[in-house]
Write a protein that binds this ligand. Structure first.
Ligand SMILES: NC(=O)c1ccc[n+]([C@@H]2O[C@H](COP(=O)([O-])OP(=O)(O)OC[C@H]3O[C@@H](n4cnc5c(N)ncnc54)[C@H](OP(=O)(O)O)[C@@H]3O)[C@@H](O)[C@H]2O)c1
Length: 199
């Protein structure tokens, strides 16, 4: 399976680096287009290549990591997701000046899901700083913990399997309204908790 990545900043690149280390193919995309990513993907190596956001969005599993105010533009004009798994790695923060976006009482992933009609949305890869996501997950005598949440059990199983293949320890926290809230940034009880599952 090739992983599509929309957003080639800190988080998109961190995931691409882990995918490259594991030999999993990926298409990395950004706003400016593939030409702007050739040097980066050459440096990342592995089976990661540059593509358009349409190329990335066409993959069976797509990770989206874009600044919150730019998400709508990043996901507009794409075909219906047709049941594809779309991972929401985003946090509803407007940075700078690091203000919480107006969510009108909803969870950020619920707002995100409206932007990807037809997708099976899973919340994951959002609760740690990018540098920790890029680092070797096998550390301190165990594996770094990543959380996931969502309503589609099969989609979560796929994302959980990817997390394990990347060398992390995945923990399914249940529904968005339960675990998704716990990993929400800001304010979630597990936000930015850098936990290690000891071997
Ligand atoms: N940084 C962290 O430590 C961290 C941790 C957890 C979660 N997050 C969340 O992850 C998301 C991304 O954060 P980041 O720090 O990775 O951001 P970032 O470094 O600023 O990168 C954002 C990326 O989004 C791309 N983008 C913007 N508009 C786009 C469009 N219309 N189409 C396609 N791509 C577009 C940018 O492309 P261009 O460069 O071409 O404009 C850039 O590659 C945010 O929601 C953030 O809250 C970040």
């Amino acid at each position: 399976m090739t992983i599509g990545i929309i957003g080639a900043g800190s988080i998109g690149t961190a995931l691409a680096r882990r995918l490259a280390k594991t030999g999993i193919p990926a298409i990395l995309s950004n706003r400016r287009g593939p030409d702007s990513l050739f040097d980066l993907v050459a440096e990342i190596g592995g089976a990661v290549r540059a593509g358009t956001r349409q190329d990335a969005a066409a993959q069976d599993l797509v990770l989206v990591a874009v600044n919150w105010p730019k998400l709508s533009a990043a996901l507009s004009g794409l075909p219906d997701c047709g049941g594809r798994i779309v991972v929401d790695a985003n946090n509803p923060i407007i940075a700078p000046p690091f203000q919480l976006a107006e969510l009108h009482g909803r969870l950020s992933t619920e707002v995100f899901a409206d932007l990807v009609p037809g997708a099976r949305v899973v919340k994951a890869f959002n609760h740690l700083p990018a540098a920790l996501l890029a680092a070797d997950p096998q550390t301190a005598g165990g594996r770094r913990v990543l959380f996931l949440a969502g309503s589609n059990v099969a989609a979560k199983a796929e994302v959980g399997s990817l997390i394990e293949r990347l060398g992390f320890h995945g923990i399914d926290l249940g529904l968005l309204t339960e675990g998704g809230r716990a990993i929400s940034i800001p304010g979630g009880a597990l936000a930015i908790e850098n936990l290690i599952r000891l071997d």
